[in-house]
Ligand binder design. Structure first.
Ligand SMILES: Nc1ncnc2c1ncn2[C@@H]1O[C@H](COP(=O)(O)OP(=O)(O)O)[C@@H](O)[C@H]1O
Ligand SMILES: Nc1ccn([C@@H]2O[C@H](COP(=O)(O)O)[C@@H](O)[C@H]2O)c(=O)n1
Length: 430
């Protein structure tokens, strides 16, 4: 249904002019309507890029491995910042214990950016395999990394350069206590890297500790998610994986249809989808849950309608109605027509601006739980009028006398430039 026919339908129902509900028809007509197959072919799939940072031995690799394990049905690749350490010169090699491997300049960030850009644009890259023993990245053959759905970039300083940060869709910081990190580092560097404990401790006090305070910790503020206790934090990892799955699900469709909004999947929504698909579900429950799902879609859609900010006096009329979605809409239109015909007529005002459905939680908040909005089939709508010169008393009187039998309360909220009058009222029909 195009914007014109929506307007026509409501105008036809009301016989009254309304000004706020304007969708720009020309804009709508100009929206590209891609044919699905063509669009899919032309759209390049952008990977979902996750950055995982934190101090050395904080558990970054462990967290990445756990995410990859849970996303086993997706194409996921891991890129380590370690792979982009600069090769040391002979001179630097001779005094390697004086080299600061925790300083941002020790990484070839240009090369890292280059590789990430290629991966992002669907090209395979060769990532060097850094050798911690020889301090070289040419000892082992490079690793071929193919473009994937998810790219995880892990390293102590991957949030340091803003250009690298900007590539990321999600930034995670693994936050582990300094003493735990040091203990793990000593074990790893002595056992796995065969280093002398004295050298490990020396490196830690000379470079690692201060670099953490000066360069790594300050990047924590860029993180979207901070995981305390690293790999031990199963709840955080489960939530991250759930979020990535949601984002991956939305990815393709949103790219094909730029004006498509996907409602976030919640346990409640998934539960209702399960119920309406279940052959054992009764007819009554099927209608009830299908109705609730439709309402969520309509409510979400209303939030995306174009609007213009206005200052002035507004009147917000709340209506609580019981019944299925179509009945509720008809009831709201009925109330609106009555208000337009009997209250607005004759005064210089009151142009209807918008009708919207209120989330039940918000409704019950405003309506002080007077109506049990969580009851089956019960929900709230609001109608907004602009009222430069409206006779408020006339409106409230009319509402009280004619529209509703049991008006409950009325109160107003004042902002510097906006006054909102709330009328909490209940439609009489059950
Ligand atoms: N939750 C944990 N409990 C015990 N040991 C851990 C835990 N997380 C990591 N480790 C160990 O600590 C060391 C560093 O972990 P790793 O995940 O490689 O950290 P990073 O990638 O931040 O350097 C590894 O030897 C690993 O086995
Ligand atoms: N040749 C090198 C290169 C780096 N390091 C240390 O590794 C740490 C970073 O690696 P993580 O896997 O722990 O993130 C960093 O603190 C460097 O000091 C090294 O010891 N030798």
């Amino acid at each position: 249904m195009d914007s014109k026919s929506v307007e026509d339908m409501i105008e036809g129902l009301s016989g009254f002019h309304f000004s706020g509900f304007h969708m720009d028809g020309s804009k709508l007509n100009n929206i590209e309507k891609p044919t699905t197959t063509l669009a899919i072919e032309n759209v390049h799939k952008q990977p979902f890029i996750i950055g995982v940072s934190g101090g050395a031995a904080s558990g970054k690799t462990t967290v990445c491995d756990m995410i990859i394990q849970q996303l086993h049905d997706q194409r996921v690749v891991l890129v380590n910042q370690d792979s982009f350490y600069h090769e040391l010169t002979e001179e630097e090699l001779a005094t390697v214990h004086e080299y600061n491997f925790d300083h941002p300049d020790s990484f070839d960030t240009e090369k890292l950016l280059d590789s990430m850009e290629n991966l992002r644009h669907g090209q395979a890259v060769d990532i060097p395999n850094y050798d911690f023993k020889s301090y070289k990245n040419s000892v082992f053959p490079a690793r071929r990394v193919n473009p994937s759905d998810v790219i995880i970039l892990e390293g102590i300083l991957i949030f340091h350069d803003p250009r690298v940060r900007e590539l990321m869709n999600m930034k995670i910081f693994v936050d582990t206590d300094a003493d735990v990190r040091l203990a793990r580092r000593i074990r790893r560097d002595t056992v796995e890297k065969g280093r002398d404990i004295g050298v490990v401790l020396d490196q830690y006090s000379k470079f690692v500790k201060s670099a953490f305070d000066d360069f790594i910790l300050p990047t924590k503020k860029y993180a979207d998610i901070i995981i305390p206790r690293g790999g031990d934090n199963h709840v955080a990892i489960d939530l991250i994986v759930q979020h990535i799955r949601t984002k991956l699900g939305q990815h393709d469709l949103c790219k094909i249809y730029p004006n498509l909004y996907v409602i976030q999947s919640t346990f409640q929504i998934r539960g209702m989808h399960t119920l309406i698909r279940d052959s054992q579900t009764t007819k009554h429950d099927f209608v009830f849950y299908a109705d609730r799902l439709i309402r969520l879609v309509v409510e979400h859609g209303l939030g995306h309608l174009p609007f213009t900010e206005k200052q002035g006096l507004y009147i917000l009329v709340w209506i609580s109605v019981r019944g299925y979605a179509v009945y509720q809409l008809l009831e709201v239109v009925r109330v609106w027509r009555m208000l337009c015909e009997h209250v607005a007529k004759g005064s210089r005002l009151a142009r209807f601006l918008f009708i919207g459905k209120v989330r039940t939680t918000v409704s019950s908040l405003f309506m002080k739980n007077y109506h049990k909005t969580s009851q089956k089939g019960m929900c709230c709508y609001w109608i907004l009028f602009s009222a430069r010169a409206i006779q408020l008393s006339k409106l409230f009187h009319y509402l009280q006398e004619r529209v509703y039998r049991n008006p409950t309360s009325y109160f107003s909220i004042s902002y510097p430039h906006l006054r909102v009058y709330m009328w909490c009222a209940k439609a009489s029909q059950e």
